[in-house]
Design a protein around this ligand. Sequence first.
Ligand SMILES: C[S@@+](CC[C@H](N)C(=O)[O-])C[C@H]1O[C@@H](n2cnc3c(N)ncnc32)[C@H](O)[C@@H]1O
Length: 470
Amino acid sequence: MRDYEPYFTEDGSIGLYSFVDKDVYHSKYGALTEAWEKFIIPSGLKNDIEDNKNIKVLDVCYGIGYNTKALMSFVINKKQKQLLKKNLFQNFFCFIKCIINIVSLCVNNAIRKARGLSLRNASIYNDNSEQLPHVKIDCLDINEELVQLSPLFRTVKTPYEIYSQFVPEVFDCLEIYYTIREHFANFISRFAPKNRKEIKELLDLRFKIMHLDKEYRVNGMVNYMILNKLAEIFGKDYPDKNIKKIIKEKANRRFFDKSLIKYAHFNQKWGFKTSSKINLSAFLHNIYYNHLSRRYKRIDFKAAQSLFELNFHIKDARKTILEISDQYDYIFLDAFTYTKAPQLWTMEFIAELYNRMAPQGVLLTYSTSAQVRNTLLENKFYVGKIYNPKTNRFIGTIASKDKAKIKYPLNNYEIGLCNTKAGIPYYDPNLCFSNKEIIELREYEFRHSNLMSSSKYMKLRTLRSENEEI
Ligand SMILES: C[S@@+](CC[C@H](N)C(=O)[O-])C[C@H]1O[C@@H](n2cnc3c(N)ncnc32)[C@H](O)[C@@H]1O
């Protein structure tokens, strides 16, 4: 790829390294796992979805879209019962239920009328299970190329799905594993000679302790929904020449989903409007139904798609934020590390996020730094930590206007750290400084500040706690 190098992260999802930013886009530990554990699960959106509330989400730094994809997957999984296609029997059952409701309402009303009571104005058939939430997601990113590529990257390792059944648990033992891996790979490869390399890779992946939890996978429909939306935005040019070149490169092929690429090409060549409906549905059937599990095959694609409103804003998030006026229930802030790219961590940008946060909304970020936490505190947010029960560690930061949303508030030590030099915020007065200018401005303030250094603060705190122990 031109500016970035794809690689498989430890959970099997794809991560990117940027040569320009000299930074990784995704944690090596697991790009998709990170989206679930740092954004989706701690956000508490489970309750809203269960209560069928309409929600608005702001995904700042969409990249290749793991946070948005995990969110959409979460919603589809939670609502799968309502999204199941009704079969003939169910339709018949609903019809009978409706008739019974009408009859009982008429009978009740006749009785009430006879007794001189007013008629009941109840709805004839109101099945709550049909209610579904509406999820609006605004996706912000400056890199059009990445956004366009995002649905084409494999989020579920298709060969993994296929071959993992051949790799039983018994191979989780080093000696046995290495002795038989070669034989096993040879044997399996006979059935799929073209995938020999992938089989070996998958055998390795299977052996690793970290591999993507089933619950953290991305529902196969999600990428199609995103692809459809992008095709709608970019029209005939989707995917554009550069993207095609990237996809065609031999070294990159294994990172992309073949069927989605075919689908994108189809979209580009024929578009939805010009294709006959029959051909289109047959095409869709062949492509995405091949890759969905049995459970998902029964989910109604159109119904699932109608849950989401996706909007892509492809330019500097500092410009976009000034153009949008919604109040968001969930804000995901997944910018590059602030030391290299502070543009989206400044006092002014965070203030704009504060203004667009709903009263009970939450902002989530992977950063645990004193600088980021202090910037949030200075902007009047209540700030807390994101706890991961799986690892029993704090892994990020959560902020809200509502104190009740903060389950694990910062302790005295962490608040003290925010008040040291380490907590000095970045400034970007008109939201147009370059990263270099923002860094230089802070370095100046750092040099002239009377605040205690973080290292001195930490030493003092250790001394004090030792004295208290004596
Ligand atoms: C750490 S990556 C985000 C990863 C992403 N959440 C994902 O799931 O792939 C940071 C992203 O910030 C974007 N970015 C950097 N500066 C930006 C800016 N000023 N406005 C909008 N996006 C920006 C980059 O293009 C990159 O995609």
